[in-house]
Design a protein around this ligand. Structure first.
Ligand SMILES: [Fe+2]
Length: 476
């Protein structure tokens, strides 16, 4: 095991910068000889060593692709997929499915044994060993180390992450119920595993996003909140005028389509439209004015009329009477293929949990939280906190397949980030600061739309608070 600084210094010796993913790759493969082999492959004119210079690492796309060439296809989260919870056995199936799916992703990188075998078999006393489990408990010890209880289907074990070891910053970000792999050595009494390496399911180093082979643009928005007295109708109408005249063919809405009724105490005093049917009708009328060539995807959020527990079902039919045929209603979360580009739409209730649990996480930086979701390959890892989860035979909050784009909302703040080829977009809101946000010192970034070029996956932000919205390109 070697420190990040050792790797960076070796590259600097050759007058090269090194991409963080290359550092993670070298540490994960625990092979210092890789450094020289990577340096050999960096062309003279290149200043940064990237994953493309790693020997033996070939770019690949996720296995889930599309045989046809659909303009738009709901891959996951079609209507009637979400089911009610019947009994406690649904929860057992749910967590077993989460463990099975995510542990199989980690298993390719660490040769893990069942926890029970570690505690019984002497062979594991002699050598470094690995386990994969769910974080069932975690705490910081008096000396500042991180102590985690890991559980698999055979048993549980305490794992100690030493604060002086490289990579401790990732151990500090562990949250309840996420699935991780750990490689380490057992204590003499076998009561403790000393971690040398932490593995998350993560996005593969080799992941290569798909780009559409024909021209097309999609606008990504969320949190319209029609019906609220802080809904920015003038800016919204300006957006509708603009998109009608644009070359945009797709409009994706990641939840909180309307403000809803009874979502928080005293909400009735902040509503322009106090009737939920009127709220949905008004949005339907707005969207019906758009040209029919624009395909619209509508997903629910925590302000919408469906159950709060995720996955949330689609908006029921009785609220869709004013919507045209170009509107497709999906669940939350949903994976939508737009000209073959997979967009994972998730409203983002789990921001409220992850921001409280991950050191340094904040509402102002939603792009960073989306990266944490991708590393865990899970949209809402922590059970039993602020995000209600409806158990089912399959854990629909697992991020699988890897999308080209993760599109969220909920925090009302624009955020764009990249992680190993995945573009993360939180598009903000169409509501100005609410009394609650003022109280919480949250400053929203309203009336922005993120336009995605499907051929290049390049996002541009348009600001409709301005009289003439002009594209602001985002650097990769
Ligand atoms: Fe919202």
């Amino acid at each position: 095991m070697f420190a990040t600084s050792t790797i960076i210094e070796r590259f600097l010796d050759e007058k090269l910068q090194v991409h963080p993913d290359v550092i993670s790759y070298i540490i994960e493969h625990n092979d210092i000889s890789l450094i020289d082999r990577i340096i050999e492959r960096v062309p003279a004119e290149c200043l940064v060593a990237s994953l493309s210079h790693v020997p033996g690492l070939y770019p690949s796309r996720d296995g889930c692709r599309f045989l046809g060439d659909p303009e738009i296809e709901v891959v996951l989260g079609r209507e009637h997929t979400a089911r009610p919870v019947n009994n406690v056995s649904d929860y057992v199936m749910y967590f077993n499915n989460r463990y099975k799916t995510l542990s199989s992703i980690i298993r390719g990188r660490c040769n893990a044994a069942p926890i029970e075998a570690l505690l019984r078999n002497d062979q594991y006393m002699q050598e470094e060993c690995a386990v994969i489990g769910m974080v069932s408990d975690l705490r910081t010890t008096a000396n500042g180390h991180r102590m985690v209880q890991l559980e698999d289907r055979t048993g549980s074990i305490n794992v100690l992450f030493n604060r002086s070891h490289p990579g401790f910053d990732e151990a500090e970000k562990l949250v309840y119920d996420e699935i991780i792999g750990v490689k380490g050595t057992l204590s003499q009494e076998r009561t403790l595993l000393f971690s040398n390496q932490l593995y998350r399911p993560d996005i593969p180093f080799s992941y290569q996003p798909y780009m559409s082979d024909k021209q097309g643009k999609a606008a990504l928005i969320s949190d319209i909140h029609v019906g609220s007295d802080t809904f920015l109708e003038e800016e919204w109408l300006s957006f509708l005028d603009w998109i009608s005249d644009s070359e945009i063919s797709y409009l994706l809405i990641a939840g909180d389509m309307v403000d809803g009724i009874g979502i928080y105490p005293g909400q009735e005093h902040e509503l322009m439209l106090p009737n939920i049917y009127e709220q949905y009708d008004r949005l339907g009328e707005y969207l019906s004015d758009l040209p029919s060539r624009i395909k619209i995807i509508c997903a629910p959020g925590n302000h919408d009329v469906v159950r709060g527990a995720e996955p949330q079902p689609v908006i029921p039919e009785q609220f869709r009477r004013k919507y045209c045929e170009n509107c497709t209603f999906v669940e939350n979360p949903a994976v939508v293929s737009v000209q073959g580009v997979k967009v994972l739409m998730y409203h983002g209730r789990s921001y409220d949990d992850l921001i409280g649990l991950i050191p340094g996480a904040s509402y102002e930086q939603p792009g960073d939280i989306m990266i944490e979701m991708l590393k865990r390959r899970h949209l809402s890892p922590c059970y039993g906190r602020k995000t209600p989860i409806a158990a089912a035979a399959e854990d629909r909050l697992v991020i699988d397949p890897v999308p080209e784009v993760l599109h969220t909302g909920h925090v009302h703040i624009l955020g764009i980030s990249y992680y190993r080829g995945v573009l993360c977009i939180n598009a903000g809101t169409w509501q100005s600061q609410t009394a609650f946000q003022k109280q919480m010192n949250i400053n929203p970034t309203p009336a922005k739309a993120v336009v995605l070029d499907l051929m290049t996956l390049q996002p541009s932000v348009y600001d409709f608070m301005k009289s003439e919205p002009t594209p602001e390109q985002i650097a990769d």
